[in-house]
Design a protein around this ligand. Structure first.
Ligand code: SF4
Length: 492
């Protein structure tokens, strides 16, 4: 099979993995090396100036000895199978990089022979990139459950970010749908990556204080300079394939952030690709639910919310018609409206329509002037939402409705027209990046929607984002126009 056929198969097979977004790692260009990694991130992500940057997202192989019920690449599915050699994949990555198509690599894989064998193939690929081509750009690698710890360490020393996909939210669901995987095989590497990454950061900080210089270009020096998975680790959870509630999923998410220092938990609405009696008998993809989970996740990480404030046993699923922050505000109307000119920063953060950046701007701007509604608009606040919960110099902006739960709920649940904020229901849902121009099948798959469909310029809960950090989730711009590929050289 030729290299382009392999690329087509293995890039398409990688589209189900959503656990990739901005890197968070900052590494400037190095003398004698190619590429750099920016804190702005990569992998179909957006920089603060709106630029889309992308990774080559591909599988090492779509051969798999496992038979996970939900997976298109499972052993029992009839499909064309292939595997890159490390040399082929490294060459391909460099060719794409040199043509300015990509800024890094997202490498995942099925399980070929054994988890260790598969990981060794991935390691070899990354070694060629890092040491032979001196590729200094961003690399995100997926670890295969059951891989030996020393191989995970080696992979972590070559990649910027690792992900270990939990996939299913409970042990029972894992046993039902992915019986060859154990929760222990997934959680152990997560713990190891968290501990080693922390130890590596402390060691490097100590080395910097001692003004230690890692001289030369030996492999060891390169590894020390890069550190152990410096962009941390992430995971992915499938939503809707099993009966776990949003409460269960958010509690698990919070525990993962707390206990294994995950950078991100990605949610992927279950997409039916197999007929299997263990799977839900529906073709519906719960994109709304996925979107609400991302918003709740945002509130946990950036807005100092606790899971118990968003959801409880009595209502174990998030509301679908309003976002979790607006729902919290409606449940606490006794705290609103707040005076924008005097409310503490923490209180402003709780106002629907005001994000982290907006709250900071308000606190800065009101030092020199009494803020009015127009000033808030100029600061980029989503005033159409925020006005129901604010007074500006004593004036409440919610004309046209009463300050009651029912009235405000109706206002917040209705679409907001135009402007820089609000939902964009008219936008097509973009999908997986296609490397192949004029590919009807790829175009068709884009309509399936692995993204929230949220505008890249909107943060969680419809607010203006604070920074790249708030431009995450599954960005709406995964689709980028892809020019036809020139012929690439066969592998050496
Ligand atoms: S191990 Fe991964 S690639 Fe293999 S069947 Fe399971 S989910 Fe699919």
């Amino acid at each position: 099979m030729d290299l382009m056929q392999k690329l087509e198969i293995l890039a398409d097979a990688a589209k189900y993995d959503v656990a990739c977004t901005s890197s968070g790692v900052q590494r400037s260009a190095q003398r004698g090396q190619l590429g750099s990694a920016r804190a702005a991130g990569c992998c179909h992500s957006f920089t603060p100036d709106g630029r889309c940057i992308s990774l080559l997202k591909v599988l090492m192989t779509n051969v798999c000895i496992y038979d996970c019920a939900y997976c298109a690449n499972r052993r029992s599915n009839e499909r064309e199978r292939c595997t890159f050699t490390p040399r082929e994949l490294a060459d391909l990555t460099m060719e794409f990089y040199r043509r300015n198509y990509i800024e890094g690599l997202f490498l995942s894989s099925g399980v070929l022979r054994t988890p260790d064998y598969t990981t060794e193939l991935m390691i070899r690929t990354l070694e060629i990139l890092r040491f032979q081509y001196r590729f200094n750009g961003y690399i995100h690698a997926k670890t295969v459950p059951g891989t030996a710890p020393e191989l995970i360490d080696r992979l972590a020393s070559l990649a910027d970010r690792l992900s270990v996909n939990l996939e299913l939210p409970s042990q029972e669901s894992l046993a039902l749908l992915a019986p060859q995987k154990s929760r222990q095989d997934i959680l152990s590497p997560m713990k190891r990556i968290a501990e080693c990454s922390q130890a590596s950061k402390e060691e490097r900080a100590l080395a910097r204080r001692r003004t230690t210089v890692y001289a030369g270009h030996t492999n060891t020096a390169c590894l020390k300079r890069r550190g152990y998975a410096p962009a941390g680790q992430s995971t992915q959870l499938i939503v809707g394939a099993t009966p776990e509630s949003d409460l269960h999923i958010l509690n698990l998410t919070a525990a993962l952030y707390r206990n294994v220092s995950l950078k991100r938990v990605f949610f992927s609405a279950y997409l039916p690709v197999n007929r299997d009696k263990r799977l839900p008998d529906t073709d519906a993809v719960q994109l709304d639910r996925e979107h609400r989970l991302y918003q709740a996740d945002w509130l946990l990480r950036f807005y100092r919310f606790d899971v118990t404030e968003l959801i409880d046993d009595a209502h174990p699923f998030l509301e679908t018609d309003i976002d979790p922050k607006a729902n919290w505000a409606l449940n606490h109307l006794d705290l609103f409206p707040v005076e924008v000119n005097t409310a503490p920063y923490e209180t402003l953060l709780r106002v629907p329509g005001i994000g982290v950046r907006g709250a900071k701007l308000i606190v800065g701007a009101r030092r020199t002037a009494m803020l009015r509604a127009d000033d808030l608009r100029k600061l980029g606040i989503a005033y159409k939402r925020a006005r129901y919960f604010l007074t500006c110099n004593g004036v409440w902006g919610g004309a046209g409705c009463t300050f009651s739960r029912e009235s405000l709920h109706a206002k917040l649940a209705s679409p907001i027209d135009g402007g820089a904020h609000g939902r964009r229901a008219d936008r097509p849902i973009p999908g997986q990046l296609s490397l192949f121009g004029n590919d009807d099948e790829a175009s068709a798959s884009q309509t399936v929607g692995y993204t929230t469909g949220r505008s890249p310029r909107l943060g969680a809960n419809g607010e203006a984002p604070a920074s790249q950090a708030e431009l995450g989730g599954k960005p709406a711009g995964q689709l980028r126009a892809s020019p036809p590929l020139p012929s690439l050289p066969r592998s050496a």
